[in-house]
Design a protein around this ligand. Structure first.
Ligand SMILES: Cc1cc2nc3c(=O)[nH]c(=O)nc-3n(C[C@H](O)[C@H](O)[C@H](O)COP(=O)(O)O)c2cc1C
Length: 196
């Protein structure tokens, strides 16, 4: 069983974390560990059709954001990969500075020290110099920075298409086969007149 941590922090875009959780939880080979920050719970309630409790029930295990004694706070537990979606600039800053005062940042700190895959879906605009410096530092430390930027080449017709496209790219980064989105291929190139 592959152990994957999904964390939802308090940036807008809770739907990215919830959709990723929905997809991963449907796979029998994945054990999903979920952590939601206090502000993440508020954005879930504000922005999605789910309550935080409904989202928590989708995961294999859900851990309290304040519980630094949870299994995922230890490198010995053997988490394979972690995704923070969406990731606030506060959580980006805390990870960049090793300030592990909650379970999301502690788990991210563990991923870094164990040299495991950590993917952030940071969301803020515009980005200031401190945000950019922190993200550069994290990229150099081996973290994947994957902001939720929509692609237009596959003609999304609604918000779900846009969210699924990004969730699909995250699944790719986790090496999980998926058909959530229409990929760039020769039929799109021909339809758009780009085939030479
Ligand atoms: C509705 C709402 C939307 C927010 N959107 C963002 C955002 O897009 N990016 C961000 O960095 N912070 C955003 N914030 C602020 C964070 O929630 C705040 O900095 C919080 O302390 C983050 O804590 P956490 O990372 O532990 O969840 C938002 C707050 C609210 C209430």
């Amino acid at each position: 069983m592959r152990k994957i941590v999904i964390a939802i922090s308090g940036a807008t875009g809770a739907t990215y974390g919830v959709r990723l959780l929905e997809v991963l939880s449907s796979l029998e080979t994945i054990e999903v560990h979920l952590v939601i920050s206090s502000w993440g719970e508020k954005t879930i309630a504000l922005e999605t059709n789910y309550t935080p409790n409904q989202v928590k029930k989708m995961a294999t295990f859900c851990h309290d954001f304040r519980n630094q004694g949870a299994v995922i706070a230890s490198g010995s537990f053997g988490v394979d990969s972690m995704v923070i979606a969406p990731c606030s600039m506060k959580t980006v800053a805390a990870i960049a500075h090793g300030h592990a005062d909650n379970l999301i940042v502690r788990s991210a700190d563990v991923m870094l020290k164990e040299k495991k895959r950590l993917i952030l879906v940071p969301r803020e605009t515009p980005l200031n110099e401190i945000h950019l410096e922190n993200m550069l530092k994290l990229t150099r430390a081996g973290i994947i920075i994957a902001p939720p930027m929509p692609a237009y080449y596959n003609s999304p017709s609604n918000l779900e298409d846009i969210v699924d496209h990004h969730v699909s790219r995250i699944l790719d980064l986790l090496n999980i086969d998926n058909k959530l989105t229409c990929r760039w291929d020769s039929s799109i190139k021909i339809a758009s007149g780009l085939e030479y």
